[in-house]
Design a protein around this ligand. Structure first.
Ligand code: ARG
Length: 587
């Protein structure tokens, strides 16, 4: 396991050295390397630097060309335009670097320089409620970030901060106490969907009585007090509701093929005992003040339309604690007890203000160092009409229905592709699951996090375009070539060969995998990995069209092209797995 420096890094070093010799006062200047269509790379840094040093950029560029140690890395370097450098790499250097990547099981990707404890909070559905598309986004993005950060060597602690506490449980618990068999189930009613429909039944029944019967309403309110006071019978019923919900959540997580388990589940209720001391501390330190009976934190830059400051309410006037108090307690726990170096919150953009206030409060209280907590907001999932995604009747879309529909559509695609009928029904079902779930995840992950996107199944499972199916097919196609390679034709890097343009382009892109993962980790943006993989598949397909592999003739060329095929496949597979998406060998 050894990290492989990319060719861009190698060229960067050589240019920086030449720059430092040409202009010692510019020893720290960045040559600013970019991929280029004219050559392999272009360096633009001479322009800004010459301007800063009041010199001529073309002259400076020429000095760098004269002084650079090209070694066996740079084949050609020339000044162009107002003072750019066009750089062409040596074919041999490309193949050698790729061979070094291939020799490493991590494809030469380094670990993070300073790995630490990273808490990633995601999914966060609410007990006794259906998960919706917002929870889907959080779950899918969070899962990808977990996989990527773990791959980089971070110690990741997953947190599923489920909404399992609050006054809304009074009604459900009271009803359950009065109808103790409501959540019982008959044989055949197992599984996540059955659990959810039992909860829906309970909710509807409870709601009906609650709306119609004042006495019941009163009893339900009293039940909240019992719950907060820890009355054993009340808590037992609450636990029953939580457990039922867990069955449902876990079924969704298994279906979505994400890493979350019960061990990651630390709900709002987990912080109950911390809330009273926390409020006391905030009040004593003056961070929170009493206002109209409530305990509040104010911010100069958070105001309502009327210009009045809008507070974060730590404790309500009736003495109850809410969402904000729980989040403050969670921050304190994660820093104080779990020693988080970094905390990521994958939550809907609409909660941005909430997190700003929570983090500001925690900082003021001295619980949260700067730069540790990051809210990673994401946009809304829209229907084809451009409005928030709803059913035709205007209800929230049930997540399981959505996943069923995606898998069904994927099964059609798999069946169609398998015109020869080589796949068994079982294989079709398995692949449909990987294609359908992959399609839903990829559509989400390929959109930049903060943007809204339209949930369009037809587009998601399309074989052409920026979809997971396209990438899965690219992978399967490479596997089929590798399978068809005749005895004796081994995938093997042959550094002595001259490369065709499509080979160079593919090779250089393959070399950029590690840099892509760095960028993803730095910005917490998995869509950069999706975009990289899509471009990889596109480069591969240009290579495949222009460069015959098994028919290349010269055995050395066959071996080297098979090597490029294999490294492309491994990069696709690793990249997709970091997004949480399978790449079946055959489709
Ligand atoms: N359960 C909340 C919801 O469904 C999301 C919780 C977000 N996380 C947090 N720490 N407040 O909207």
């Amino acid at each position: 396991m050894s990290p492989v420096p990319s060719l861009t890094t190698a060229v960067h070093q050589r240019l920086a050295e030449a720059l430092a010799v040409a202009r010692p006062e510019a020893a720290d200047a960045d040559p600013l390397l970019r991929p280029s269509d004219r050559a392999d790379l272009q360096a633009n840094g001479m322009l800004a630097l010459a301007k800063r040093l009041k010199g001529n950029p073309r002259e400076l560029a020429a000095q760098v060309v004269a002084g650079v140690d090209t070694g066996d890395v740079i084949r050609d370097i020339e000044v162009s335009g107002p003072g750019f450098l066009n750089i062409t790499l040596a074919d041999e250097a490309i193949v050698r670097t790729l061979a070094a990547r291939a020799a490493d099981e991590r494809l030469g990707v380094p670990y993070a320089e300073h790995p630490g404890t990273m808490i990633i909070e995601y999914s966060q559905p609410n007990v006794a409620k259906e998960m919706h598309v917002g929870h889907l986004r959080s779950t899918v993005i969070g899962d990808a970030l977990v996989r990527i950060m773990e791959f980089r060597g971070e110690k990741v602690i997953r947190r599923n901060h489920v909404g399992d506490w609050g006054t809304q449980f009074g009604m459900l618990i009271q009803y359950l106490i009065e109808h103790p068999h409501e959540l019982d189930h008959d044989a055949g009613e197992e599984g996540g969907e059955a659990a959810m429909s039992r909860l829906n039944r309970l909710y509807r029944a409870a709601r009906q009585v609650f709306d119609a019967d004042e006495k019941f309403k009163e009893r339900a309110r009293g039940r909240v007090v019992e719950l907060q006071g820890g009355d054993p019978e009340t808590v037992a019923m609450w636990q029953k509701i939580v457990d039922e919900s867990k069955i449902y959540f876990n079924a969704v997580y298994r279906r979505l093929d994400v890493l979350l388990t019960d061990d990651d589940l630390v709900g709002e209720s987990a912080y109950n005992d911390d809330l009273a001391p926390l409020a006391r501390e905030l009040e004593e330190s003056g961070v929170a003040v009493r206002s109209e009976g409530a305990l509040c934190v104010f911010f100069d830059d958070v105001r309502g339309v009327d210009g009045e400051r809008v507070p974060l309410i730590v404790r309500k006037a009736d003495g109850g604690f809410g969402y904000a108090a729980t989040d403050l307690a969670a921050v304190r726990n994660r820093i104080g007890t779990l020693h988080a170096d970094e905390m990521l919150y994958v939550v809907d953009a609409r909660q941005a203000l909430h997190f700003k206030m929570v983090f500001d409060t925690a900082r003021r209280a001295g619980w949260l160092p700067d730069g540790v907590a990051h809210h990673l907001p994401f946009g809304t999932v829209l229907g084809k009409d451009g409005k928030p995604f709803k059913t035709r009747a205007g209800d929230v879309v049930r997540l399981m229905d959505l996943l069923d529909a995606a898998v069904e559509r994927a099964a059609e695609v798999v069946r169609e592709k398998d015109a020869a009928g080589r796949l068994t029904e079982e294989e079709i079902a398995e692949r449909a699951e990987q294609v359908g779930i992959g399609a839903v995840k990829y559509a989400d992950l390929s959109t930049s996090r903060s943007r809204d996107y339209v949930f369009d199944l037809d587009r998601m499972v399309s074989l052409s375009g920026d979809t997971s199916v396209y990438l899965q097919y690219a992978y399967a196609r490479i596997q089929s070539i590798l399978r068809r390679a005749p005895e004796g034709a081994r995938a093997e890097a042959r550094p002595g060969l001259a490369l065709a343009p499509a080979e160079r382009a593919l090779g250089l892109h393959l070399d950029g995998f590690a840099a892509t993962l760095d960028a993803v980790a730095e910005t917490y943006e998995p869509h950069k990995l999706a975009a990289y993989l899509y471009a990889l598949a596109t480069h591969y397909s240009a290579f495949y069209e222009n460069c015959p592999v098994l028919q290349a003739g010269d055995p050395a060329v066959v071996a080297n092209r098979l090597f490029l095929c294999e490294l492309t496949a491994r990069t696709l597979r690793l990249g997709m797995s970091l997004l949480g998406i399978h790449t079946p060998d055959r489709l």
